[in-house]
Design a protein around this ligand. Sequence first.
Ligand code: S3P
Length: 175
Amino acid sequence: MKNGNNIILIGFMGTGKTAVGKRLAGILNMDFYDTDQEIERITGMSVTRLFYKHGEIRFRSEEALMIHKLIKKKNSIIATGGGIVLNSENINLLKNTGYLVCLTAKPEVIYERVKRRNNRPLLKKGDTYETIIALLQDREELYRCADFTVDTSNMDFEEIINNILKFLSEQKANN
Ligand code: S3P
């Protein structure tokens, strides 16, 4: 049993966590939070600027602080940055407050989704596709902490949402 009824979206960059989270929040009449957007609001800086001005370590510490704040929320959907799983404490805290839903996608799909946007500092160095492959490999194991995983590679938006809704109704039925 979970201590809370939040739904936490984890997964690699470009898997649709923010868009899916917003839509789910609308359907389920829950509040919506996005860790990157909250960090930007609190620091007054874009994630990109934060990375360049203060470095990744500072960003990760803002991220961990934000998790401590967001776990106090109830009835909320929380979309997280792709690197949230790098800190096991983040995951333990989030897991306690609700269901962890992981969105995944094949590297080539991720590449197509992220290539036009310029807001992800980790993908700006070197060859983007190679970086995606390397980061996915590093993190693959970490994303397995999820209670439910949806491979979004061949799904449209509605299918992703319906898959998650189905999982949630099964959980309700079992509890
Ligand atoms: C990151 C993912 C980004 C953002 C930052 C670092 C990562 O969020 O938090 O650029 O380490 O994977 P999205 O997953 O929303 O793109």
